[in-house]
Design a binder for this molecule. Structure first.
Ligand code: TXA
Ligand code: MG
Length: 319
């Protein structure tokens, strides 16, 4: 077989196509869809295995927290706490190319893998009316990073998405060429003063006209600078990697039954399952002032690279 294969491409404007897409998403499958910024690779944000499939398909070397997309402002503030600043910018820029980082609301159903273990969630109400119609049909938040393999440029047409040849992608919803063509602005409104985490087409000046002065955070710096790891979940308990036994007083996070830990990320050694359960597993074993978490070795292949990247961060010395 020499022809490259890709999933069916159907119009985002077609309500039958949206219904089919919503059914796939609710069943834990992957659907790519157009927004006004870029095409997103979507999955049910509340389903940790579905979220793990996004990371697997993109070949992401690490687990960055994902944006969850919802149909309207009300749905957004059911997931994250509405600060005054959040309300003001939501009113001014939603629906549109702005993502808000909010404190996770009580009972927020977003999976821990989707938010990379953080106490905050990133939420967007897209400007595309057809995308919002899809989200309303799904009735759940949809996690969607740009629909490109890691390290490649973001797709702005259905053809770009098809060319990525994603494994497990079941349907592409074509909304034509994206009007904005650049990922959304990311604004953290979870704290006392808004912080711009990623510049986008909603500009600093536009935001400051609504909420006054904001802080600017070098986005890549937040990922690489050791002093700025606050944007990554760090267990309160110490973490010991590559454990071949559980020592006295330790708790064990196992993989494939190697050390007999309290929690096994995947008894069968499935890396997608292990990725899906990583943050909820760490959280379940993490008690403040508590026992060291001994973590069994995870193979450095496929999603294992992202799992190990996250585990190394969890085990890094704290400042
Ligand atoms: O335009 C867009 O935003 C596209 C379309 C598909 O909507 N989506 C997109 O998603 O770019 P994603 O998941 O690749 O973008 C996630 C960005 C990352 O820069 C991540 O660091 C930031 O949002 N982010 C997500 N959750 C966060 C959180 N809790 N705290 C800080 N930053 C967060
Ligand atoms: Mg991207």
């Amino acid at each position: 077989m020499s022809e490259p294969t890709h999933p069916p491409i159907r119009p985002l404007s077609d309500s039958d196509a949206r219904q089919a897409a919503a059914a796939i998403l609710r069943a834990g499958g992957l659907v790519a869809f157009a927004t006004e910024t870029v095409y997103g690779l979507g999955a049910d944000a509340t389903d940790e295995t579905a979220a793990a499939r996004i990371f697997e398909a993109k070949g992401r070397p690490r687990f960055n927290p994902l944006i969850s997309h919802v149909a309207d402002v009300e749905a957004a503030f059911a997931l994250g706490a509405a600060t005054l600043a959040a309300r003001a910018v939501a009113e001014a820029f939603w629906p549109g190319p702005l993502t808000l980082v909010l404190r996770r609301a009580a009972g927020c159903p977003i999976a821990w893998l989707t938010s990379a273990g953080l106490e905050t969630v990133a939420i967007r109400v897209p400007g595309s009316a057809d995308a919002r119609a899809l989200l309303a049909e799904v009735g759940r938040p949809v996690a969607a990073p740009s629909a490109n393999r890691s390290g490649r440029v973001s797709p702005t047409t259905a053809g770009h998405v098809a060319a990525e040849d994603f494994e497990h992608l079941e349907l592409i919803l074509d909304g034509g060429a994206c009007a904005v063509g650049l990922e959304s602005t990311v604004l953290d409104v979870s704290g006392a003063r808004p912080r711009l985490l990623r510049p986008g087409s909603v500009t600093r000046e536009q935001i400051e006209a609504v909420v006054g002065a904001i802080d600017i955070v070098g986005h890549d710096a937040a990922i690489t600078a050791p002093g700025m790891l606050a944007s990554h979940y760090a267990p309160a308990a110490p973490v010991r990697l590559a454990a071949t036994t559980i020592r006295t007083g330790e708790v064990g996070l196992d993989f494939a039954g190697q050390i007999g830990g309290e929690i096994d990320l995947s008894p069968s050694g499935d890396l997608v399952e292990a990725a899906a359960r990583l943050f909820s597993g760490l959280r379940a074993l993490d008690r403040p002032g508590g026992a060291t978490i001994a973590v069994a070795p995870v193979p450095e292949v496929g999603l294992g690279a992202a799992i190990n990247d996250r585990l190394r961060r969890a085990a890094a010395p704290r400042g």
